[in-house]
Design a protein around this ligand. Structure first.
Ligand SMILES: *Cc1c(COP(=O)(O)O)cnc(C)c1O
Length: 333
């Protein structure tokens, strides 16, 4: 399978034009406190509440006459595929594990997709998606390890650099790596000197473990504030591991406390509602893990947060994440 390059990202930009390219990039109110120029690309403004619409639209546009599409998802890719399939009058089936928050399941059902809850990990949901694809003759649209999906996500970097050509660092949330691979390959083709850093949660960082090992590694999946960053990279990973190895300068891991602090900061200072997965770039700056210097752009990847949990986060209450309790802390305390 040919890895995507800048020409594929430019082609994807034409495909999604008018459907998923209208998200704003705004200066963050946190810039002054951090001492850098911080820009937020608000993928929270997508019609499906997350950036994954870009990759799903680009992938579905490449399909001929098919009976329907199927995927596994931690939630946001399923919602994106449901939206893209509905626009083309296609049947959509979304396989998810029991770890996926109810708010995400509801959002997918509301778009007319069939939801299958299967197993307790993204890997189990993936196996179910592959099985049903075979049995029911549906086309699988993977959440990240697909050239059209990667190219679609890469369009975010084109838009950020078109608006602010002199950004010197991009901070990109990282899970399966479709977003980071697409953005990094596009950004570096345009600006070879730009730094691209992948950020993810410390608990269950499968891409980071795989980069260190030099091959895909499976990790136990646990509950996290950054639920959209959960799941492995696939033991048969074809594209995103190699692209992340080639194009990312660094991968940095964030604790649940650091993610909580960043959700609070983004809410209280920028007045934005965002998922834990979205704020890892801000968490890296606030915690000092990435030096706050120069002109930095980060992607606020999605808003599809469970509102009960979000309210607990921003009001500083204790949070139960599986076996772990994150002790409450009020913003600014
Ligand atoms: C999927 C997702 C990510 C990570 O994207 P990958 O391509 O899997 O690395 C980050 N944030 C949100 C909100 C997501 O839904």
């Amino acid at each position: 399978m040919r890895a995507p390059d800048l020409s594929d990202v430019l082609a994807a930009a034409r495909v999604i034009r008018g459907q998923a390219d209208a998200t704003p990039m705004v200066p963050s109110a946190l810039s002054a406190r951090l001492g850098c120029d911080l820009w937020l690309k608000l993928e929270t403004c997508q019609p499906t509440g997350a950036f994954k619409l870009r990759g799903a639209l680009n992938a579905v546009a490449g399909l001929g006459a098919v009976p329907g599409v199927i995927c596994c998802s931690t939630g946001n890719h399923g919602r994106a595929l449901a939206h893209a399939a509905r626009a083309r009058g296609l049947r959509a089936v979304v396989c998810m594990s029991s770890l996926v928050p109810q708010a995400k399941v509801d959002g997918i059902r509301a778009l007319g997709a069939e939801v299958v809850i299967h197993g307790h990990s993204q890997d189990e949901a993936q196996a179910e998606s592959a099985r049903r694809a075979r049995v029911e003759g549906l086309v699988e649209v993977p959440p990240f390890d697909d050239p059209r999906v990667i190219a679609g996500q890469g369009t975010i970097a084109l838009e950020m650099l078109a608006q602010q050509p002199d950004l010197d660092t991009l901070l990109v949330p990282l899970s399966g790596g479709g977003l980071a691979a697409g953005m990094a390959l596009a950004a570096r083709a345009i600006r070879p000197d730009i730094r691209v850093i992948g950020l993810t949660m410390a608990r269950g960082a499968a891409m980071q473990a795989s980069l260190v090992a030099g091959h895909p590694v499976e990790l136990p999946e646990v509950e996290s504030l950054a639920d959209s960053l959960g799941g492995g990279i696939g033991l048969d990973n074809r594209l995103t591991l190699a692209l992340c190895r080639r194009h990312l300068d660094e991968v940095i891991l964030l604790s649940e406390e650091e993610i909580r602090d960043a959700m609070q900061a983004l809410f209280h200072e920028d007045r934005l509602v965002a998922e834990g997965a979205s704020v890892v770039g801000i968490a890296a700056l606030l915690s000092g893990r990435v030096p706050a210097r120069g002109r930095i752009g980060t992607v606020i990847t999605g808003r599809n947060v469970d509102m009960d949990q979000f309210l607990r986060v921003i009001t500083g209450q204790d949070l139960q994440l599986g076996e772990v309790i994150v002790k409450g802390k009020r913003y600014g305390a």
